[in-house]
Design a binder for this molecule. Structure first.
Ligand code: GLA
Length: 690
C-alpha cells in the first residue's frame, strides 16, 4: 500500500475513532476551547421543548453568534420528578448539544421554583407572607429561604447537579437560584431572628439600651417577645431584621455553594443574578462568598437612561470590585411594565455596548423563545412562537459578530476609576424608613451625584464605605446616614492620607444600631470637618442657593451648616426661604493636610450640581478617562496590560462627530481613526496601546 494512502487510511480511522469516542461520550468529554473575552448569551429552556427541536434552536443561536446559554434555573420538576429520583440525562444531552454548536452553558440551580410534590409533602417549605398567609404552588419564589427542610432539598438537587456537571468542560459556571427576593414571616423564622439577635447583642439589657426600648414601653424581658417589624417600627429592630434577612440569604446560598464548590472545577465560577438597585438584602453580605457578580438589567417602560443604568452597572461591579456579567437583559421589551414598549431599533445594540463599557464581560438575553404557555407569553424574545427569528434577531446577530471581532481587544481589560461613590444598604434603609420628605429617594440622591461626576471623570466606582479607598482621588458619600465607628475611621484615614471626601446631605446621622449619633451630623467626623449640621429641614418647595458653584435652587432637603473651625470655608449659602436658613451655609469644606473634607447639606439642582462636580474633580486632580465629547455621548474606558479600549455611544437625539484625543484603532470597523461619526445609537470601540 503506498505510504500516502496508508497514512490517509490510518488517519481516517484515527479521526473516525476519535469522533466515535467523542460521539459516544458526548461532546462534554472533549476539550472545550477557552471562551472569548466577550460573550453573547441567552436564557434557554430546553425542558420546555421536544428534544427534536433543540438542534434548530442551537443552530439559530450559533448563526447569531450566541456563545452561552443559561439553562436549568426553573427546571426542578424535570430534574427531580419525584423525591430522590434525579433525571439529569436530558440536561447532559442539552449541554453537549450546545457544545457541538460552540455554545457554553451556565447552569442555574432550580431552587427558585420547587416542584409541587415537594411543597405538598413538606408544606413548611412554603413561605408565609406578612399577612400570615402561606404561599401556594403555581408561581415561583414560593419557598421559605430559612426553612431547614427546604435547604436540605435544595442542597440535594444542587449536589446532584454539581456531581454530574462540575467537570463538564462546556459548563462555564453556576448561577445559584434566581433573583433572591421573597422572605418568610413564619414562627420558626421569627425564632431564628430572635436567636440571631441574641448572638449579636448578647444580653437583653444591651439590646434594650441600643434600641432605646424605654421608648413606648418597648423593653424586652425575654428574647421570644421580640417581633419582626418591616417598614415601620423601632429603627434598631428594623435594621436588625434586614441584617438577619441578608445573613439568611447568605447562609441559604452557602448551603448550595458548599456542595457545588467541592464537586466542580475551580475554573467554574459561582454567581447569582441580582436586580440592580433592589434593596431587599445587603448585597455586600451575600456577594462576599461568590466568584462573580451578575445582574438582570431591564429597562422596563421607556428607554435606556445611561446614567441610571450606568450607576446600576457600577454598583454591581462594586460587589466584587471586578468585571461582572449581565445575566439577563431585555430583547426589545418586557411584559411586566405599565407600557411594555420595545427599545428602538439600534438601542438594544447600544445598550449591550454600554454594558461592556461599564465592565460587563457577558450580555445575555432573556429569553430565547417564549414558552407556549406560562406567565410570560408576552415577554420579548429572539424567536417567535413559530420558532423563527423576530426582527430583533438581526441586531443580535450583528452584536454576535462584533463581540467576536472585539474580543481580542477586550481580553484582560477592566474598568479603573479615580472617583468612588460610597453606597450603603444600611443608610438607604435608614432613610427609606424615615424619609421625612416623602419625595426623598436615597437612590436618586446617589444618582444626582453620580450623573455629573461620571460625565466629567468618565468612570466611577460604586463601593461600600468599608472598601479600601487609598486608590481614589475623590470619594463621595451621598446620604451616608448610618456611620459606624469603623466606617468613620476608614473615611478619616482616607482624608488624613491626602484624599478628598465629600459627604452628601443626611450623612453621619445614625450609628451602627440606627440610633441617632449623640453629636450633630456628621457625628464622628465633625471635628475633621470643623463644622456641623445645626438643623435639617424638609422643603415644601425649592429654595434659592448661591455661592462658588453659581446661583440656583435646592429642593426636598436643606441642612443648615455651621463652620466652627477657622480653616473651614463656606462654599454655598441659602437664599431667602423660611427665615432659619436665610443666608446660612449650605456647603462647607476644610483642608486637612494634603486631604480635604467637604459637606453638602442641600439637594442641589442639576446646574449647580454640575458645577459642584467640576469643583470636586478639579480640587481633587481627577482627569477624564478619555477627553471632551459632545453632550449625550457616553464614554467608557477599559484598561488592559497593553492597551486601553474606549466605548463611545451616541445616546443623544442627533448624529455626532467625536474628535479623538489621539489616533486610535477602530475595533469594530478598520484602520486608525482621528475622529468617528456616530449616528443616533451609534457605537465606536477604539483601542490604543498603553
Ligand atoms: C427576571 C427573571 C426571569 C424573567 C425576567 C422577565 O429577571 O429572572 O426569569 O422572569 O425577569 O423580565
Amino acid at each position: 500500500m503506498p505510504i500516502r494512502i496508508m497514512c490517509f487510511q490510518i488517519c481516517s480511522i484515527g479521526t473516525f475513532l476519535f469522533l466515535l469516542i467523542v460521539g459516544l461520550r458526548g461532546a462534554d468529554s472533549a476539550q472545550a476551547p477557552a471562551p472569548p473575552a466577550l460573550l453573547l448569551g441567552t436564557a434557554w429552556y430546553p425542558e420546555q421543548w421536544p428534544e427534536s427541536r433543540w438542534e434548530a434552536d442551537l443552530a439559530l443561536m450559533q448563526q447569531a453568534g450566541i456563545r452561552m446559554v443559561r439553562v436549568g434555573e426553573f427546571a426542578w420538576s424535570r430534574m427531580e420528578p419525584a423525591e430522590g429520583q434525579y433525571h439529569l440525562d436530558w440536561l447532559e444531552r442539552a449541554i453537549a448539544a450546545a457544545g457541538r454548536h460552540n455554545i457554553y452553558t451556565v447552569l442555574g440551580t432550580p431552587t427558585a421554583s420547587p416542584p409541587a410534590w415537594l411543597t405538598q409533602k413538606y408544606p413548611e417549605t412554603l413561605r408565609i407572607n406578612q399577612d400570615g398567609r402561606r404561599a401556594e404552588h403555581g408561581n415561583r419564589q414560593h419557598f421559605n429561604w430559612a426553612n431547614p427542610k427546604y435547604r436540605e432539598m435544595a442542597r440535594k438537587i444542587a449536589e446532584q447537579m454539581a456531581k454530574r456537571f462540575g467537570h463538564n468542560p462546556y459548563v462555564l459556571g453556576w448561577q445559584i437560584d434566581n433573583e433572591y427576593a421573597e422572605v418568610s414571616f413564619d414562627p420558626e423564622t421569627r425564632a431564628q431572628f430572635q436567636q440571631w439577635l441574641k448572638q449579636r447583642y448578647g444580653t437583653l439589657e444591651n439590646l434594650n439600651a441600643r434600641w432605646t426600648t424605654a421608648y413606648w414601653s418597648e423593653s424586652y424581658t425575654a428574647w421570644d417577645q421580640i417581633p419582626i417589624q418591616v417598614g415601620y417600627g423601632n429603627p434598631g429592630l428594623l435594621l436588625s431584621w434586614m441584617r438577619f434577612v441578608s445573613d439568611t440569604w447568605r447562609s441559604y446560598q452557602k448551603n448550595q455553594l458548599d456542595v457545588i464548590r467541592p464537586n466542580s472545577d475551580a475554573r467554574q465560577f459561582i454567581t447569582t443574578n441580582t436586580m440592580g438597585s433592589f434593596d431587599g438584602f445587603d448585597h455586600y453580605t451575600v456577594e462576599q462568598d461568590l466568584d462573580l457578580a451578575a445582574w438582570d438589567d431591564y429597562v422596563g417602560e421607556g428607554h435606556l437612561d445611561p446614567v441610571q443604568n450606568g450607576a446600576a452597572h457600577d454598583l454591581t461591579r462594586g460587589f466584587k470590585q471586578k468585571n461582572f456579567w449581565v445575566m439577563e437583559t431585555q430583547p426589545g421589551s418586557v411584559n411586566w411594565a405599565p407600557i411594555n414598549n420595545a427599545l428602538d431599533k439600534g438601542e438594544v445594540r447600544a445598550m449591550a455596548w454600554h454594558d461592556i463599557g461599564h465592565g460587563a464581560d457577558t450580555v445575555s438575553y432573556w429569553q430565547w423563545r417564549s414558552a407556549l404557555n406560562g406567565q410570560e407569553q408576552y415577554h420579548g424574545t429572539l424567536l417567535g412562537a413559530d420558532g423563527a427569528p423576530v426582527p430583533l434577531y438581526a441586531e443580535i446577530a450583528q452584536l454576535g459578530k462584533e463581540f467576536a471581532k472585539a474580543s481580542p481587544a477586550f481580553a484582560g481589560t477592566t474598568v479603573q476609576s479615580q472617583v468612588a461613590i460610597l453606597h450603603s444598604y444600611d443608610s438607604r434603609w435608614a432613610i427609606q424608613w424615615q424619609k421625612h420628605n416623602d419625595k426623598y429617594s436615597p437612590v436618586d440622591e446617589i444618582v444626582s451625584y453620580y450623573g455629573p461626576l461620571r460625565a466629567i471623570a468618565q468612570s466611577i466606582d460604586i463601593v461600600p464605605p468599608t472598601a479600601a479607598l487609598g486608590k481614589y482621588k475623590l470619594v463621595v458619600a451621598p446620604g451616608l446616614n448610618v456611620l459606624s465607628e469603623a466606617v468613620a475611621k476608614n473615611l478619616a484615614a482616607y482624608v488624613e492620607a491626602g484624599g478628598h471626601l465629600v459627604l452628601g446631605q443626611r450623612s453621619g446621622m445614625k450609628d451602627d444600631d440606627n440610633s441617632l449619633q449623640p453629636e450633630r451630623q456628621p457625628g464622628p467626623l465633625v471635628s475633621l470637618l470643623g463644622g456641623r449640621v445645626e438643623q435639617y429641614y424638609a422643603l415644601e418647595k425649592p429654595i434659592p442657593v448661591e455661592g462658588q458653584w453659581g446661583t440656583g435652587e435646592c429642593s426636598l432637603w436643606a441642612e443648615l451648616l455651621s463652620a466652627k473651625d477657622s480653616g473651614t470655608e463656606i462654599l454655598m449659602r441659602y437664599g431667602k426661604s423660611n427665615g432659619w436658613l436665610d443666608g446660612q451655609p449650605a456647603a462647607i469644606t476644610r483642608k486637612v493636610g494634603k486631604g480635604r473634607i467637604t459637606y453638602i447639606g442641600a439637594w442641589l439642582d442639576p446646574k449647580i450640581m454640575a458645577q459642584a462636580a467640576k469643583w470636586m474633580t478639579d480640587t481633587s486632580g481627577v482627569k477624564p478617562a478619555f477627553g471632551a465629547v459632545p453632550d449625550g455621548v457616553e464614554v467608557s474606558a477599559r484598561y488592559g496590560a497593553h492597551n486601553m479600549v474606549y466605548v463611545l455611544i451616541n445616546f443623544s437625539k442627533q448624529a455626532q462627530t467625536v474628535h479623538l484625543p489621539a489616533a486610535m484603532e477602530d475595533v469594530l470597523g478598520a484602520g486608525s481613526k482621528q475622529a468617528v461619526d456616530l449616528p443616533i445609537y451609534g457605537v465606536a470601540v477604539l483601542s490604543v496601546p498603553r
